[in-house]
Design a protein around this ligand. Structure first.
Ligand code: U8P
Length: 303
């Protein structure tokens, strides 16, 4: 008996039928496949992440990402299904549940007219709960952004892509990276830009940026990178962009309130963007504040 028939998490490459691409990133790409051992198209659809090995990303890092996802069990985190080892070649693929509605960015752009602030707050509270769960396992995500949130249904979103996720060592409250690589600095807290220091509180900063993306309907004209670059001005020479970004944040510039955004919600973002990470709320605080705002919304149905 081949191990695949016993171990539900081992997918045989010969039964994994490629359909089309789902997404691409720095180190990997995700494809839609059908796992069809019977060969009659009754098999299930899965999302398969393949590693694109280059100088930065290694098989070791990918194995850590697979290990991370395989031990996460939370309604608000994309589900691990298993792995597929390619015959002969050294590489492996990560098999995950397929979420048919795609990324939050595409969803918000395509459903702008019927997504209410209440629904955005529901999504925000789900992301918050997912992050709270990650924190109980001492994981920092390090790449929390709307592009890495997937839509499971019109009332459920999930955190995906744990490619940059790290475990905080027991004797410390933060993780310091050595190779910054392709950093999404416009979602980074000041201490992450300046000292490559990552913690639950730097994930909180990024959560504030995700809130901003949500309440801007993930509109490309108001995406964080564009708004920051407008403020920095386009002298991309010296000093470096990350230095200039660190400067304007030090001088207390922050992403502007999204159009028609309730003051209470913008205030939440501002709490996530307090310069001193010790003064930022934790994810459970944020979750409670979001629930309270949703309650008020329910009492006085405005929008
Ligand atoms: C290094 C980054 S990465 O390369 O590893 N990679 C990019 C990443 C960013 C994030 N998150 N990503 C995950 C998925 C993904 N997509 C899905 N479903 C869909 C369904 C539909 C669509 C879509 O576009 O449909 C229309 C018709 C155009 C609207 C797209 C995706 N289900 C999944 N299950 C597990 C992962 C996963 C895609 N991109 C992670």
């Amino acid at each position: 008996i081949s191990p695949a028939q016993h171990d539900q998490t081992l997918f045989e490459e010969r039964h994994l039928r490629y359909i089309h691409p789902l997404g691409k990133g720095n180190f990997g790409s995700v494809e839609l496949c059908r796992y069809d051992p019977l060969g009659d198209n009754t098999g299930e659809l899965v999302a398969v992440k393949k590693l694109q090995p280059n100088k930065q990303s290694t098989l070791e890092d990918f194995k850590k990402e697979v290990k991370t996802l395989s031990i996460l069990h939370c309604d608000y985190i994309v589900k691990y299904r298993g792995v597929c080892y390619s015959t002969g070649r050294l590489s492996m693929s990560l098999v995950m549940e397929y979420l048919p509605n795609g990324s939050l960015i595409g969803y918000m752009e395509n459903n702008r007219h019927n997504v209410t602030p209440r629904r955005m707050l529901l999504f925000a509270s789900q992301i918050c709960k997912g992050m709270e769960y990650l924190q109980t396992l001492r994981y920092v995500h390090r790449d929390l952004a709307a592009r890495n949130i997937l839509v499971a249904s019109e009332s459920l979103v999930k955190i995906a892509d744990f490619g940059l996720t790290k475990v905080i060592p027991c004797d410390k409250e933060y993780y310091r990276v050595t190779q910054p690589g392709e950093s999404p600095i416009f979602w980074y807290a000041p201490e992450s830009i300046n000292e490559s220091r990552f913690s639950h509180k730097s994930d909180v900063w990024s959560f504030g940026v995700v809130l901003h993306e949500l309440f801007c309907y993930c509109d490309t004209n108001s995406n964080p990178k564009r708004l920051c670059m407008q403020e920095i001005g386009h002298n991309v020479q010296s000093p470096s962009i990350s230095m200039q970004l660190a400067n304007i944040l030090k001088n207390n510039w922050r992403l502007p309130a999204p159009p028609n955004c309730q003051p209470k919600v913008y205030n939440l973002m501002k709490q996530c963007w307090v310069y001193n990470f010790e003064e930022r709320p934790c994810f459970s605080d944020l979750g409670n504040q979001i629930e309270t705002i949703m309650q008020d919304e329910r009492e006085s149905p405005k929008g």
